[in-house]
Design a protein around this ligand. Structure first.
Ligand code: MOS
Length: 703
């Protein structure tokens, strides 16, 4: 078993996260955030705050407006603003940055800042008055709603139908590491930013644009990230504000935003709504699949996830219709969160598939088998590999699925009603351009340098394993240095694409070293390599420096590449209290070659546990009158813990894929959490006969 190479540093406390890096003469920042969701700031009363001993300066739009440019949203385009004007876009928007000699003084002064607002009535979510709905293809010229055949007519004519609405809630990443930023300027005007980031070159380019600086005058340092899940991929408003504060006071400034502020100063997963219509013939073959989705976004941003790219291509079906719409409300701008598009959309489709199986009286695994495909449904592109039914076969055997009595409420153990449910999972096999430098020293030690990211997902270990295997040196001889814009550019650590992007670059550099050795070279051998996956041109490494990660996957010109899995769950619902427990989950996944079995297992198991939490626990509650998040802390925002995850079995189904990329690997970081909620919803129905079509499923839904 391979250890986690950065694990020792983490458990001994030697590991340095960005906010742990000591800075001389540092001052501390504390944020003041908006108490209203819509309106304008009328005035500030700062007298009481200024009286706090140790206060250095208070920054508001009154002294910062014009000093920096609005950061774009997660996919570019418009975004909410902070400290640029008196305008309030959402609750919890940054309205002041208080800087003092100590954290405590900054916090004390921040609490004494008084803000007078002119308040307007906010629109908080779906069905609130004043929201504005637009079609995704209307706001994004590049967006195409997948479509084939004549789905409306096929649905109308189908022998067996499901027509249902589903909803997923607001969710926040809640990584254990908070959103932090420290900034320091050199005497010659160069800026160093210490901030946990899933894309250091992206953050650098964004800050340089905001502050009108040259790229080479900004450095971003993020050696380790204490959990990201997408929330540290696009950069928030705070970085430029802390950089400006630091420049104005002539000292380094450190910000550690609080847990509740993290709910509104960063991105999150917005709530979604789905209308799914499935039509099948009597044999259970799909004849129509229509998936319409709605997603909340902020007022100015056109951000959306658009997961019908995935759901239109999961099964064989001659008539497919989809449409994605966005709904503008007075909220902070959402963004990526673990399986951003696939989690909500595949949940909806897989719930509908399970309902269709019940309508047909067909076993839900058998229904997937009857609709398995060798090419995706929209353009008829062949899959590079697809082992979905092999995953179901292995998972079903391990689970004992053949003993399932299909009648709802038919299986029980004392007071506990037992339900068994299943779902497919899928995730695009993505890859992006990346570069890396590898040095083999004369003593046999190796150093890998790349601006890639370790979020806990195993990048360090997997890259070390590649070099160890290629160069024939022990794993303990390999040093992995990551997360710094001074290193060769690597792509965004997102879209489950990181290893399939950075791994081949490291592998190529190792091969070049081996070739030089074979040619007789000795001493220290250093090689730099760039990797470009299919569909990505040679300019892509250069573009990373400009903040463009060039990730491709899912559907390419000539093929479709996805990873698949099957998830089977047992749910127990107490007959009287309606308490819901999940005593076991079996997940079987096929994702090409598995480079690092230990960290892969961790990723897949973690995904299943995340999926369990999303099914039964996770939800950010919103006060609809105030458009304000209510449970913005780890006590009230519930996630799955050890006691919830009783028995989780992960099966890796061997799969060879020679087309997907040079290493034959598919991403796994977001594969496992994609189907779990639908499997649990089906199991709850099997146990109780109650169909719950929203998440999370709670006791009150089963009373
Ligand atoms: Mo992941 S949400 O693509 O960081």
């Amino acid at each position: 078993m391979t250890v986690r190479v950065e694990g020792r540093g983490k458990v001994t406390g030697a590991a340095r996260y960005p906010s742990d890096i000591p800075l001389d003469d540092v001052a501390y920042a504390y944020l003041v955030t908006s108490a209203i969701a819509r309106g304008t700031i009328e005035s500030f009363d700062l007298d009481a705050a200024r009286a706090v001993p140790g206060l250095i300066e208070i920054f508001t739009h009154e002294n910062l407006a014009g000093a920096y440019k609005t950061p774009a949203g997660p996919l570019g385009g418009a975004n909410t603003t902070s400290l640029e004007s008196a305008k309030i876009w959402h609750d919890g928007q940054i309205v002041a940055v208080v800087v003092a000699e100590t954290y405590e003084a900054a916090r004390e002064a921040a609490y004494r800042v008084r803000v007078a607002y002119v308040e307007e009535r906010p629109s908080s979510t779906f069905d609130s008055p004043g929201t504005e709905t637009k079609a995704a293809c209307e706001v994004d010229e590049g967006h195409d709603d997948p479509h084939t055949g004549d789905p409306e007519r096929a649905f109308a004519a189908a022998a067996v139908k499901v027509d249902a609405w589903y909803e997923t809630p607001i969710q926040h990443h809640n990584a254990i590491e908070l959103f932090t930023t420290s900034c320091a300027w050199s005497d010659d005007g160069k800026l160093t930013v210490y901030e946990p980031s899933q894309f250091v070159h992206g953050l650098r380019s964004r800050v340089a644009r905001q502050l009108d600086m040259k790229l080479e005058d900004v450095r971003v340092v993020s050696p380790l990230v204490g959990g990201g899940f997408g929330g540290k991929s696009s950069g928030g408003h705070r970085t430029a504000l802390i950089a400006l504060a630091s420049r104005r006071i002539g000292r380094p400034v450190k910000l550690i935003a609080t847990r509740d502020q993290g709910f509104t100063i960063a991105t999150y997963r917005a709530e979604t709504r789905h209308h799914v219509r499935l039509g099948a013939n009597k044999e259970g073959k799909l004849e129509a699949l229509i998936h319409e989705g709605w997603e909340i976004t902020s007022r100015p941003s056109d951000y959306f996830n658009g997961g019908t790219d995935a759901t239109a291509r999961l099964y064989a079906c001659p008539n497919v219709g989809t449409k994605v719409s966005i709904v503008h409300a007075d909220r902070n701008t959402p963004g990526f969160m673990r399986s951003p598009a696939e989690f909500p959309y595949v949940y909806a489709l897989e719930c509908a598939m399970n309902e269709l199986a019940d309508e047909l009286g067909v076993d839900p695994i058998e229904l997937r088998r009857r609709n398995d495909a060798t090419a995706e449904a929209i353009q008829n592109l062949p899959y590079t590999s697809r082992s979905l039914m092999k995953c179901f076969d292995e998972a079903a055997a391990a689970f004992g699925w053949k003993d399932r009595d299909p009648r709802p409420g038919s299986m029980r153990d004392g007071d506990w009603l037992i339900g068994w449910g299943c779902a497919s999972t899928m995730y695009p096999a993505n890859g992006g351009a990346s570069s890396a430098r590898v040095r083999l020293h004369a003593d046999g030690s190796v150093r890998i340098e790349t601006a890639a990211h370790e979020l806990g997902q195993g990048t360090c270990t997997a890259l070390a394993m590649i070099a160890s295997e290629r160069l024939g040196v022990g794993l303990e001889k390999v040093d992995v240095v990551l997360g710094d814009t001074n290193l060769p550019p690597a792509g965004l650590a997102a879209g489950s694409s990181h290893l399939s992007s950075v791994g081949p670059a490291v592998s190529l550099a190792c091969e070049r070293i081996l070739k030089r050795k074979r040619d007789g070279a000795s001493g220290t051998l250093e090689e730099y390599a760039e990797y470009f996956p299919a569909g990505v041109d040679r300019g892509a490494v250069k573009r990373i420096e400009n903040g463009i990660p060039s990730i491709e996957g899912g559907v390419l010109d000539d093929r479709a590449q996805y990873a698949y899995g099957a998830e089977l769950v047992e749910v127990r619902v107490h007959e009287r209290t309606r308490e819901i427990r999940v005593p076991r989950i079996v997940g079987a996944f096929a994702a090409g070659r598995i480079l690092s079995p230990t960290t892969a297992h961790g990723q897949l198991m973690g995904g299943l546990i995340w999926g369990l939490g999303s099914a039964l626990l996770e939800k950010t509650e919103i006060d609809e009158r105030a458009a304000r998040y209510v449970n913005d802390n780890l006590a009230d925002y519930r996630v799955a813990v050890n006691a919830d995850a009783v028995r989780i079995d992960v099966i890796v189904v061997p799969e060879e894929d020679t087309q997907v990329n040079a290493l034959g690997v598919k991403g796994i970081g977001e594969l496992a959490n994609t189907g779990t909620a639908a499997a649990i919803a089906a199991a709850v129905h099997h146990a109780t006969g109650k169909r719950v079509r929203h998440l999370p499923i709670r006791i009150e839904d089963l009373l």
